[in-house]
Design a protein around this ligand. Structure first.
Ligand code: LP5
Ligand code: MN
Length: 241
């Protein structure tokens, strides 16, 4: 019995080796799992379900095949693919989850989230997030021409690369208080997230002396990894091309 977790693959047409790693994972370990959870940033960016790249089309078919083979697959949005919607999810057999979701994993309530909302010290990002998560902004963005949307997404990626190059690692990591608040608000002792690209298992002492666990997923490039959670243990398992 096991449930698997991945995030931050940032798939795109020009990096087929990462898509190849996912293909092998979906046809291999994922087939035997009770469920697969994708905690955001599956794609490098997503600018509407009406604009499907070759990679997105291919991945959609592989995910649908996994679902048909009996492994349910859940998806949470990341900061790159928050516009992925019902049309694509439906065709890929993906069940869309809200921003915060508590899953019962073999008796342990576990908070699942992308992780960007925990990075509260990154005030520039949080302001950007608020703008692009606004439904009015999203509706007008989705009405733009494909060329305009591609241009805006490229500009946002370029601005982000420049901005992240200038920020300290501390600012871009989770804020300790935000983490503690999430444990307390959701009444859980375990959370799983991605986004920071700093895979690790952390322990957090809560005010009442209890110790909660935070499991952080890795990003994928030429290699990747997945988190396997079973009834009595969990482990990070590397994937290499
Ligand atoms: O993604 P990553 O890991 O490089 O960095 C993130 C934060 N950056 C982002 C931006 C995305 O990379 C780009 C999103 C593409 C989505 C396409 C669909 C919608 C298009 C919308 C077009 C506007 O999320 C980065 C964090 C980092 O994680 C660590 O947490 O620091 O945050 C930033 O870099 C944000 C900047 O600090 C400020 C904003 C720059 C972008 C300006 C774009 C201009 C257009 C504005 C229109 C509203
Ligand atoms: Mn992210």
């Amino acid at each position: 019995m096991s449930t698997l977790f991945i995030s931050d693959l940032h798939l795109e047409d020009r990096r087929p080796q990462t898509t190849g790693l996912l293909d092998a994972f979906l046809a291999g370990p994922a087939r035997d799992a009770d469920a697969l959870y994708i905690l955001g940033d599956l794609f490098e960016f997503w600018i509407g379900d009406d604009m499907i790249t070759d990679t997105a089309g291919h991945v959609g078919k592989q995910l649908a095949a996994l679902n048909e083979a009996g492994t349910p697959c859940y998806f949470q949005h990341g900061n790159r693919d928050f516009l992925l919607a019902g049309d694509y999810a439906g065709a890929a057999g993906l069940k869309l989850l809200p921003e915060l979701h508590v899953a019962d994993l073999y008796g342990t309530p576990t908070l699942l989230l992308h992780g960007d909302t925990l990075c509260t010290d990154d005030v520039e990002y949080q302001a950007f997030r608020q703008q692009v998560r606004n439904p009015v902004f999203q509706a007008s963005f989705l009405k733009m021409s494909p060329e305009q949307r591609i241009e805006m997404a490229r500009n946002a990626r370029d601005a982000s690369k420049k901005s992240t190059g200038e920020k300290s690692m501390e600012i871009m990591d989770v804020n300790e208080q935000a983490v503690r608040r999430a444990f307390e608000d959701q009444s859980v002792m375990r959370m799983i997230h991605g986004h920071t690209h700093r895979p690790a298992f952390h322990q957090h002492a809560l005010g009442d002396g209890r110790v909660a666990e935070r499991l952080v997923l890795s990003d994928w490039y030429d290699s990747g990894s997945y988190l396997r959670v079973g009834p009595d243990n969990y482990e990070m398992i590397p994937l290499n091309a």
